[in-house]
Design a protein. Structure first.
Length: 91
């Protein structure tokens, strides 16, 4: 089952956390350091990929700062990023 858009990932190698924590929405409990490292690596790849995509797009449009993302024009860029994630990253 997919995790929510934002998740708290916790390492519980010694199984010290209460079992009820695992059932909470947005909480992912990992039992090994390797599982946690895999999550971190994936997060970094997704963050770097989306950052590179938007940075290159902004540069091509001669926007030197990312503050345009907070402007009314920024919604177009955010739609682009959402589309990138939905069509290229999630599959």
């Amino acid at each position: 089952e997919p995790s929510p858009a934002k998740a708290l990932v916790v390492l519980d190698a010694l199984n010290d956390l209460p079992p009820a924590l695992q059932g909470q929405p947005g909480v992912v409990v990992r039992s090994t350091r390797q599982q946690l490292e895999t999550d971190i690596s994936l997060k970094l790849r997704v963050a770097n990929g989306t950052h590179t995509a938007i940075a290159h797009t902004l540069a091509l449009l001669k926007h030197l700062q990312t503050d345009v993302l907070s402007s009314p024009q920024g919604s177009l860029f955010m739609k682009f990023l959402d589309s990138l994630v939905q069509q290229q990253i999630i599959p």
